[in-house]
Write a protein that binds this ligand. Sequence first.
Ligand SMILES: Cc1ncc(COP(=O)(O)O)c(C=O)c1O
Length: 392
Amino acid sequence: MTRIASRVSQLHGEGALAVYARAKELEREGRSIIHLELGEPDFHPAAPVVDAVRNAVAEGRDRYCSTRGVPALREAIADYLKRTRRLDAVAEQVLVAPGCKMALALAMMALIEPGDEVLYPDPGFPIYPSFTRGLGATAVPFRLEEKNQFQPDTHEIARIITPRTSMIIFNSPNNPTGTVFSKAALQKIAELAKKHDLWILSDEVYARILFSGEYESIWSLPGMAERTVIIDGFSKSFAMTGWRLGYAVAPVIDAMDLLVLNTFTCAAEFTQVAAIEALRDSTNSVDAMVAEYRKRRDLFVAGLNRIPGFRCQVPDGAFYAWVSIEDTGLSAEEVQKLLLEEAGVAGIAGAAFGAGGRNYLRFSLVSARNLLDEALERMQRASVHWRAEVSR
Ligand SMILES: Cc1ncc(COP(=O)(O)O)c(C=O)c1O
């Protein structure tokens, strides 16, 4: 009897893709849909990056290459992190992978033992608990609650650490809430990590998409570089989702490198060469994108807060609006369905990001401002379905 390994039954999918599939089906039926479900920038990479990949292929940079990533890119990443995040990392600590998710998976495979307990944010990126369970470990949520502006409650984290806890995973700015963890929270998490000898997996995929202040990485806090793995990449900051390019900065590169050798061998060389151009950012495309996301955030969040039954805090980073629908009297799944099927607006019911997302919907700010305006109008009209409940 052929059978599938039991670890696969521990894995979960991503809710966004199911909504996207239904939205596409409606479009095929001739319906107009505004897509705010996927976390995929509507921008494309800057022209010099596209030129660079074309040239790299033409020059024959399409061979197997170093398992850790081409040296020039690893140097460029270390330099970029110094410039943009004041990180004191060196190229020897960098490992390139096909996508942030793969860098995340390598780090988790290298560091998590079956039976370990791994703490993760709820709501948060659904792959953290899914892959933790796939590795035979227990995923233990810590809550990000609206009453705390979605900041972690570090007393709660301290309370749920046990002798089996081996790692705390988080991402700041957070997907889906957009929260940038405060310096105080990072310091407290760092203290706990040192006290209990824990790994920190700091997913910094949205570090550049920050609406105020400078990015603080937990890696930079005293004593943390030796127990922190940073995950970052090109999908979000450089709008290079389909290029599949991410990286880890870690004190355990040798272990991760062995996993690379046993699995995908190397990331494509031509994308790596072009990524050096992306990091150079000669057209200032990152700043331009972030400025546009800021305008979208301001417009959309203000508009959402005018819709009866909706409540949305202003996110400090990333490109999501995380909206409480508690006051509509409907479930998030019902609101998601009404918005998609009747109003033609695709967002995701928050339970896709953990139990803490039960009364929320996530909208991605990945459509142009005129479409966001249109989405707001459509949602305002759809709110007739729950307005009576709100005015009770
Ligand atoms: C928090 C977080 N980490 C990682 C990823 C995956 O990034 P990549 O597409 O580079 O694998 C995403 C994408 O949605 C994300 O939101």
